[in-house]
Design a protein around this ligand. Structure first.
Ligand code: ADP
Length: 897
């Protein structure tokens, strides 16, 4: 019986509900009784050949027909209530009274009972031979006890599905049993098959979604088994017919006997089959797959065997579902582990962007991708192969970020104007980072060429097909191979999950970067504000010295008085000096900023540098009566540097310490030798620096408002210059302070040169070394001078003692046994010559070298000094270099003696 396509009403066929066909397959018998009286209301027409009752069957009480020996009315009605309550059908047995049944038909029937629109429905099928039922039970039991417990050992879905189709084939005796898994788009693929040799294999074949129409799908979810034992079996209509009785159509959703749609029957026929049995695999009300059994000859499967299959189908569904979940979970765990290992490496110093760049290969492998890009306004990181970024941006722009968390496709090619911009990429998973902004991450996949087996003829149907064409069941079940090109591997749910995880880490990174940008912006604004203030100050400061200079010049023009002219001259000189210093600093900083400063690099002994810095800052320190404390190791410490610039650094810091400390403060210099560097700390007990300024104190133009009066025309560039110069020496400088009035500490750290790297002859440093052991007695009646000399000489490594007059010197001398004595000539109690005489008398003076010093330096002074036994006469202010040279020279002389 061929389907007469032309007689089908295509315009409505698609919408025709398939659960009310008003007929059943004639291998069973159908009764519907009204619920209250249990009177027969509807029967299938073949019932008449089973129960040839003379009068009309409709209206009979069903139970009057029964032999209620074993299964009585009460039990049947109880079963019905249960089935109705659970919205299912339940099995019962029915025995008719012998007198009503045609003798050959037997009176024992298997039946199912269920509720349908106010009716008790009972569907009967002849009771089976014990053999069939029992062997079905054996296989069910074997599956339950032997296969199911091995759940964990199956490595893939297909492995497990294979056991299932084998079991069903044994139970049903069908020629071919296949198990389909449905894809998200409702197409399906056969993942397991059991079959006799002669019949064609469908394993691995794909079926288009259109092969199972949507209504059928819905019905498959509610009714899990369907048997068509013979496509040519004539359907038995339900009586009385709807048209005659005016009754509504009966809902056969739960029916076992429901006739299949003519289209479906034709579909079976077109496959060259005669019988078909299918079982739904349903989980969470979702059609996961189907088991479909095929036979080329009529094959009846007894009702109870089918019901066993129905039970099994549920067991299978959940087993497959659980296996799939387990496999996903394993994959997810493996990927998560890999990601976790990667993310564990993320830290403040090792941001995610760096990790991505460093572990390019691993990361792309984890995500099974060929490329990745992190796009942000500030920084874009891309690894592997990526399309032109503008193309990716277009996809980002087109994405409605409010509605969609990501954009994914495995077929980019038709979506871009110019394919060459894709660089071979065809799959993309793009995830925005922040709703409104231009930030995202994207993963890319290249084309994944593969072959797929599909049922039917290539391009047999297209979207353009007519409704009629679409509804016509496929005529060909040939299998053709489709070459899949222009597509990448699909991004799975797991891929998307993992990508979202990575995204979160990038999000954290972006937020951090944004915060930093915000801070930088604030700092820039602040700097800008400072610059404006600076320009105002600069104008003021430059004008300041000009006033006295201008006035001075006026006076000089008009005034001949020598004294006045001298005073004016020195005022002008002082002001010019201030101006020059200001301009020098500005020039320096601008040179450093432009990278134009040239350092005259050479090995520099840090003690010497500090000595000359102290010399430069002498005036600043002494004029405010600060006490200086110096801690320096005896061993000469070397750095590679520009001596002038380094002195400038330390004298700047010393000047500041002096400037920002009230009179009579204490300023210490502590030099420390470290493993590979040298630390120089300049510590004062002065005005201190508030914490909020400490961070920025080295920025240009930064000044502490509270220090206003002490700044003395400073512009806040000194420390900026210090920092730049130190950095040019590969060093660093930090400022510390407990806060206002808590003093300050500036620490300069410079890389230390090993002695071998200094390139100086051994004697050079050893002469210093020898001299450090030497002692010097300093005698001068000016305490400031004493302090300065002491500081300088200690810096040079000498041990010093001081005296402010002759008496003190005489008292100290024998105990101290100095190697050198530096005596002032003009003192109150005795002059230097007299003191020299007195000291030379001590036996301890035998090796002492005497130097004299005074404010006078004409010939007679030198001659008199020499005559009095001094080795050399120095004129104040003392020239440190000269003194140093002398000491070194005489020291050798001392040794020789
Ligand atoms: P200035 O010319 O203002 O001294 P600097 O760059 O040398 O410029 O110093 C910047 C600011 O840092 C100073 O204005 C002062 O407020 C603060 N400062 C520098 N050194 C010290 C210190 N030793 N103690 C307290 N404040 C200091």
């Amino acid at each position: 019986m061929e389907l007469d396509i032309d007689r089908l009403d295509f315009d409505h066929c698609e919408d025709e509900p398939i659960h009310t066909p008003e007929s059943v397959q004639s291998y069973g018998y159908f009764f519907a009784m009204n619920e209250q009286e249990q009177n027969i209301a509807i029967i299938s027409e073949n019932v008449l050949s089973l129960l040839p009752i003379e009068e009309e069957l409709i209206g009979w009480n069903f139970f009057d027909l029964l032999d209620e020996g074993e299964v009585d009315r009460e039990f049947i009605l109880e079963t019905f209530d249960r089935a109705k309550e659970k919205e299912t059908r339940l099995p019962i047995r029915i025995k008719f009274k012998e007198e009503y049944v045609i003798p050959d038909m037997g009176s024992d029937f298997l039946a199912v009972i269920y509720y349908s629109s106010g009716h008790i429905v009972i569907e009967l099928e002849p009771a089976t031979k014990f053999r069939e039922v029992y062997s079905a039970e054996h296989y069910v039991k074997m599956y339950a006890t032997r296969t199911a417990p091995r759940f964990q050992q199956f490595e893939s879905l297909a492995d497990m599905a294979e056991r299932m189709v084998e079991t069903i084939r044994y139970i049903t005796g069908m020629e071919r049993v296949v198990l389909y898994r449905f894809n998200d788009d409702a197409s399906g693929v056969v993942i397991a098959e059991a079959k006799v040799d002669e019949i064609e294999s469908y394993l691995g074949v794909n079926y288009p979604a259109s092969d199972i129409p949507a209504q059928a799908r819905e019905l498959y979810k509610k009714n899990w088994i369907r048997l068509t034992p013979d496509v040519n079996l004539k359907p038995a209509r339900l009586l009385p017919a709807v048209e005659e009785s005016g009754r509504p159509k009966l809902d056969l959703t739960h029916s076992l006997l429901r006739t299949m749609s003519p289209i479906h029957r034709q579909y079976i026929r077109n496959q060259g089959l005669c019988a078909s049995f299918s079982m739904s695999l349903v989980t969470h009300d979702n059609l996961w797959g189907l088991i479909s059994c095929h036979c080329r000859k009529p094959t009846y499967i007894p009702q109870d065997v089918r019901l066993q299959c129905e039970n099994l189908s549920q067991l299978f569904s959940w087993h497959l579902y659980a296996k799939e979940e387990e496999l996903h979970l394993n994959q997810r765990n493996r990927t998560e582990d890999a990601i976790r290992t990667m993310l564990d490496k993320v830290s403040a110093n090792n941001p995610i962007v760096d990790i991505f760049s460093e572990h390019e290969e691993d990361i792309l492998k984890i995500m099974d991708s060929e490329g990745f890009v992190f796009f942000s306004e500030g920084k874009t990181v891309s690894i592997g192969t990526v399309p032109e970024i503008s193309v990716v941006q277009e996809f980002y722009d087109a994405l409605d970020t409010e509605k969609n968390r990501y954009y994914v496709t495995d077929q980019l090619v038709d979506k871009v104007s110019e394919e060459s911009l894709l660089n071979g990429i065809v799959g993309i998973l793009l995830i925005p980072l922040l709703g409104q902004r231009n930030y995202f991450t994207a993963w890319f996949r290249k084309e994944h060429k593969r072959e797929q087996k599909w049922v039917g003829l290539p391009n047999e149907r297209s979207d353009a097909s007519t409704k009629r064409e679409k509804l016509t069941p496929r005529a060909s079940f040939d299998i053709h191979v489709k070459k899949i090109t222009g597509q990448s591997k699909k991004f799975t749910e797991i891929d998307i999950d993992m990508a979202i995880r990575f995204n979160r880490v990038f999000l954290a990174y972006v937020l951090e970067v944004q915060e930093k940008m915000r801070q930088d912006l604030l700092a820039l604004e602040e700097q800008d504000r400072h610059r404006n203030e600076f320009l105002a100050t600069l104008a003021h400061e430059l004008r300041n010295p000009l006033t006295p200079i201008k006035t001075g010049i006026d006076i000089l023009e008009r005034n001949d008085d020598e004294n006045i002219r001298n005073t004016v001259n020195s005022t002008i000189r002082r002001q010019v000096k201030n101006l020059t210093k200001l301009i020098d600093d500005l020039m320096d900083i601008s040179r450093v900023n432009k990278g134009k400063i040239k350092l005259d690099l050479q090995p520099v002994m840090i003690q010497e540098t500090i000595g000359s810095a102290l010399e430069i800052s002498e005036n600043a320190l002494t004029s405010k009566q600060h006490e200086s404390v110096i801690h320096m190791p005896e061993e000469p410490l070397w750095v590679r540097g520009d001596p002038t610039r380094l002195s400038q650094v330390f004298s700047n810091l010393l000047n500041n310490a002096a400037k920002y400390t009230e009179n009579g403060g204490e300023i210490s210099i502590a030099v420390e030798k470290r493993k590979s560097d040298i630390s120089v700390k300049i510590i004062d007990n002065g005005l201190g620096i508030p914490p909020h300024k400490l961070q920025r104190i080295f920025n240009m133009f930064t000044q502490v408002e509270e220090h206003g009066p002490h700044s003395n025309g400073g512009l806040g560039i000194g420390l900026a210059l210090v920092k730049k110069l130190v950095e040019l020496h590969d060093g660093s400088v930090v400022a510390r302070s407990g806060g206002l009035d808590k003093g300050s500490e500036f620490e300069v750290i410079l890389p230390r040169l090993q002695k071998s790297e200094t390139g100086r002859p051994e004697s050079d440093s050893s002469s210093y070394k020898r001299s450090v052991k030497k002692k010097i007695l300093i005698v001068d009646d000016n305490p400031d001078i004493i302090q300065m000399y002491e500081m300088l000489l200690q810096t040079m490594g000498y041990e010093t003692q001081t005296a402010q007059n002759g008496r003190q010197a005489i008292a100290i001398f024998p105990g101290f046994k100095p190697d050198f004595a530096l005596l002032d000539i003009g003192m109150n109690d005795m002059n230097g010559y007299e003191l020299r005489q007195a000291l030379a008398k001590f036996p301890e003076a035998v090796n002492t070298v005497f130097f004299s010093q005074s404010g006078w330096g004409n010939k007679t002074d030198f001659a008199q000094s020499k005559a009095s036994g001094f080795r050399k006469h120095f004129v104040k202010p003392l020239d440190l270099k000269k003194l140093q040279q002398e000491l070194a020279q005489y020291q050798d002389w001392v040794e020789e003696e």
